[in-house]
Design a protein around this ligand. Structure first.
Ligand SMILES: C[S@@+](CC[C@H](N)C(=O)[O-])C[C@H]1O[C@@H](n2cnc3c(N)ncnc32)[C@H](O)[C@@H]1O
Length: 291
């Protein structure tokens, strides 16, 4: 099979299931990952013959894509905040909205560092998954001490590998945050993207998310969707330093409830922020007293 024939084959196999823009980006990833080629090669080298063992591998990839398995799990990696991350069925695939939260934290942390009072900063990421938040923070805030917690040992193993891959030191802890009554120390910044999708929102979600991503990373019970936020707010009251900051990624439908929750725990400077899709997606608050 030649390169141009491979391209046509991929389009004809996937066009019932994926829009053409998505097939284009899947094709780009397949060419790069399995053949070391770029899309432009289809134009410049259409008659390039693809070895049969590569065709067999790509046929398997197409088969998996037809079951709606995300391409990131098939190739085993993705990019977040410009850094490479291994991903597998034990960790959520990092989302672009979370990059915006990380960017917000980095800018706030640099402001604190600029004042020269708190150095090095101490940061905790709760529900770290692939480690995308904690590792990206450590890459950008090099003198900060960064720790990260997850309930899943397999997620922590993946995050540890990702820290090695990105050459940063992050302290990883396997721990159930809901069963935690106190944290190991106090922090200047606590950040979390906890599970926040209600069971009732399942029908809005795609098969690739529902069938392949870890349910424990995503869903909370309809009757108590803020369970993680309440617990983390409680712990933060005890374990954030004076003037410490709390950052959350949140359910777009629960912005007002989140403001109320943080207010009820006595946090100040509560700021709700929209993501690039204009959805209420992140919130921050400050602890102005020891409580
Ligand atoms: C929405 S994912 C976020 C993953 C990653 N931080 C990101 O932004 O892509 C939530 C994470 O919380 C973890 N988690 C779920 N329940 C937990 C618990 N009780 N204690 C600690 N971590 C928990 C899951 O394993 C999952 O990795």
């Amino acid at each position: 099979m030649t390169l141009i024939q491979l391209k046509e084959h991929i389009y004809s196999e996937l066009s019932i299931l994926y829009p053409s823009t998505e097939i284009q980006s899947l094709l780009t990833i397949i060419l790069k990952e399995y053949l070391g080629l770029q899309r432009i090669d289809i134009v410049t080298r259409p008659k390039l013959v693809i070895p049969s063992e590569k065709i067999r591998t790509i046929t398997d990839v197409i088969h998996r894509l037809k079951t709606h398995e995300p391409i990131q799990y098939i190739i085993g990696n993705t990019e977040f905040f410009g850094y490479p991350f291994d991903v597998n069925q034990h960790v959520l695939i990092p989302r672009p909205e979370t990059e915006e939260l990380v960017d917000w934290v980095i800018r706030s942390a640099r402001e604190i560092e600029g004042k020269g009072i708190t150095n090095p900063l101490s940061i905790l990421d709760i529900g770290t998954g692939s480690g995308c938040i904690s590792i990206s923070l450590k890459k950008n805030l090099v003198s900060a001490n960064v720790s990260a917690i997850d309930i899943s040992k397999k997620a922590i193993d993946t995050a540890q590998e990702n820290a090695k891959r990105n050459k940063v030191a992050v302290e990883f802890i396997t721990q159930d945050i809901l069963a935690t009554t106190s944290l190991p120390k106090t922090y200047d910044i606590i950040i979390s993207n906890p599970p926040y999708v209600r069971e009732l929102e399942k029908e809005l979600m795609h098969e690739n998310v529902l069938n392949f991503e870890p349910q424990k990373a995503l869903f909370v019970e309809d009757k108590d969707p803020l369970v993680f936020y309440r617990k983390i707010a409680q712990l933060s009251k005890l374990h954030l330093n004076h003037n410490g900051l709390l950052f959350f990624e949140i359910n777009e439908f629960l912005g007002n409830e989140m403001i109320q929750l943080l207010d009820s725990y006595g946090f100040s400077n509560i700021q709700l922020k929209k993501d690039m899709f204009n959805k209420n997606r992140m919130i921050s608050a400050k602890k102005l007293y020891h409580g």
